[in-house]
Design a protein around this ligand. Structure first.
Ligand code: FE2
Length: 301
């Protein structure tokens, strides 16, 4: 999926209210997982950690999540929360495993329940329901503390109808709204997605201070970059982002995004991943033989 290897990069706090951020790159799916920490109290949260999945053998593994927990340990951080930005379509989330390992609460946006309503029909799984699988569902405008840091939640629809952004001081975890400036934005064609809403969400993100550090959810690589990249400031996106730079208008963005999305195949793991991610990263309930089975709709997509 990506042309890079596993890779970790640190972005230090810039002062009061600003988090230390580690981005841990998961090369199989080109995903960026984050550890965000209060430099003073060392309290920390995880964002969008990946559960590895090999579709050939339908086997999960926790290599990537273990790598993230190792970093937490090495840095002497005190983990307090497990966060996700949306139910990912291209990889499984490790929230359930992290929760079982650490006993910590997990959270996602409240409109994940609306996404489940769509997928209940696609999977013909009437009981598919995120409610019992997350400890907290954030609404637009909610806020909470990680040590001395205050985190604000903003609804950022478009890529999905329930994606949320976490803003913390001068940092924004903007998941699959934007990509690194040379790669533009993320697709908006999954069920419930909208290029128009994605534009509006991106404009809200880019109305933040020019110096804000924006952390994106993926990098699939660019031939001219030797390493994956995920952090760029608001000013850099406004100046250089190929899809949303300051000279781009809404109608052109929507057309460019929709034309591009029409060319993209479904993500490899979407049908496996969503039935797991809408349940917080839990595999389907075990059947009477003690094994878990995926349910894949035929000829629906
Ligand atoms: Fe996504």
């Amino acid at each position: 999926m990506s042309e890079y290897q596993h890779f970790t990069r640190f972005s230090p706090s810039t002062g009061t209210g600003s988090p230390d951020v580690w981005g841990i790159y998961e090369a199989d799916t080109g995903s960026v997982q984050y550890v965000m920490a209060c430099p003073k109290t060392k309290k920390a949260a995880l964002i969008d950690v990946v559960l590895n999945f090999d579709p050939r053998s339908a086997r999960t593994s926790t290599d990537s999540a273990e790598r993230v927990l190792n970093l937490v340990k090495q840095q002497g951080l005190d983990l307090v929360r497990i966060l996700d930005t949306h139910p990912h379509a291209d990889h499984m989330m490790a929230a359930a495993w992290l929760k079982s390992k650490t006993g910590l609460p997990n959270a996602i946006g409240v409109r994940t329940k609306k996404i489940a309503e769509l997928w209940r029909d696609f999977y013909n799984l009437p009981n598919l329901d995120p409610t019992p699988h997350f400890d907290e569902f954030f609404e637009d405008g909610d806020n909470f503390d990680i040590g001395n840091l205050n985190v604000t939640v903003e609804l950022s629809t478009g890529h999905t109808l329930g994606s949320i952004t976490y803003f913390v001081g001068d940092a924004g975890f903007i998941h699959d709204t934007l990509m690194y400036p040379d790669s533009g934005s993320s697709r908006a064609d999954f069920p419930g997605g909208s290029a128009k809403e994605l534009w509006d969400s991106i404009q809200s993100i880019l109305s933040r201070p020019d110096g804000m550090r924006l952390f994106v959810g993926h990098d699939y690589g660019k031939g001219d970059r030797k390493e994956p990249a995920w952090e760029a400031k608001v000013a850099a996106h406004k100046a250089h982002n190929i899809h949303v730079h300051a000279r781009m208008d809404k109608a052109t963005f929507i057309k460019t995004r929709e034309d591009r999305d029409a060319m993209l195949p479904l993500p490899d793991l979407i049908l496996h991943a969503l039935q797991v991610n809408l349940c917080g990263g839990n595999l389907p309930a075990e059947e009477d033989d003690g094994h878990s089975y995926f349910k894949i709709p035929a000829n629906r997509f």
